[in-house]
Design a binder for this molecule. Structure first.
Ligand code: SAM
Length: 246
């Protein structure tokens, strides 16, 4: 996307985005544009919906209750949906918001909360996770908002894991070594990554996971990382070595 539009506000909308369409934003987004950002008629914003790429739009009206927008032109085509699956044990509120946002920024395609024995949070407000994913996409010029799946137990995850996908297990019990070789061996494969909870996987969970043929344990270095740090570290090495950072 041309950096000339980088300074414009970006809004995720559900409507179809095609040439010549005019539509009206809902109350919340209208208030945000007209009252918070003080946008007026003629000002421009960038819209995206996860299907039609990014569109430059112009305010046709600036009422705080209902801003209407004229679509001007498409400024980015819709990129392919990322195929990187990200599984994690939910953390408490702020840090949960953080890992959702970082996963979006790091380019995952599916966000899957996994309830393990030592997971601190067992009931999730799904709409909050989705709202965080959308906010991260708006802030970071991401055009595909990842799917946020409903939470599953680790056993359910294992029972339903697709045989054609490898699962990279961030395992602090793995002897500290560089993950480069293990990840390079997965080049071209469908992959997922799984990060444990603050209290780590139980010994039984870890043994069960490591015994699975599709699981590839990796170390994230000699120090024990907090779960939200481990999430970003794991996604960074994966994207850098076999992901879309090339
Ligand atoms: N078991 C320890 C504990 O109880 O504090 C550490 C758990 S760690 C805070 C949370 C998760 O981050 C782990 O389950 C693992 O997935 C990941 N992790 C943290 N440090 C790691 C490392 N050095 N190598 C691989 N994974 C790590």
């Amino acid at each position: 996307m041309p950096r000339t539009h980088a300074a414009l506000p970006r809004l995720y909308v559900k409507s179809a985005l095609t040439q010549g369409v005019q539509f009206t934003l809902g109350k919340e987004q209208s208030l945000y544009l007209a009252a918070v950002l003080r946008k007026v008629v003629g000002d421009q914003v960038v819209l995206f919906n996860g299907r039609d790429g990014a569109w430059l739009a112009q305010l046709a009206s600036d009422s705080k209750k209902s801003v209407s927008l004229d679509l001007v032109e498409q400024i980015a085509v819709q990129p392919p949906v990322a195929d990187l699956w990200y599984g994690f044990a939910p953390l408490k509120t702020e840090r949960l918001d953080y890992v959702i946002q970082k996963a979006v920024e790091m380019g995952v395609g599916t966000i899957q909360p996994v309830i393990t024995r030592f997971t601190q949070v067992n009931r999730l407000k799904h709409e909050r996770l989705v709202a965080n994913a959308i906010e991260a996409a708006e802030q970071c010029e991401v055009l595909n908002v990842p799917e946020v799946a409903a939470e599953v137990t680790l056993d359910r995850l294992i029972d339903s894991w697709p045989s054609d996908r490898k699962l990279i297990l961030a395992d602090e019990s793995e002897a500290s070594s560089s993950p480069v070789d293990a990840l390079q061996a997965l080049k071209g494969e469908k992959i997922g990554v799984l990060i444990g909870p603050e209290g780590g996987f139980s010994d039984g969970e870890r043994a069960k996971l490591r015994a699975l043929p599709y699981v590839v344990p990796i170390s994230l270095g000699p120090r024990i990382l907090r779960a939200d740090t481990a999430a970003v570290a794991a996604l960074a090495v994966i994207q850098a070595i076999i992901g879309d950072w090339r």
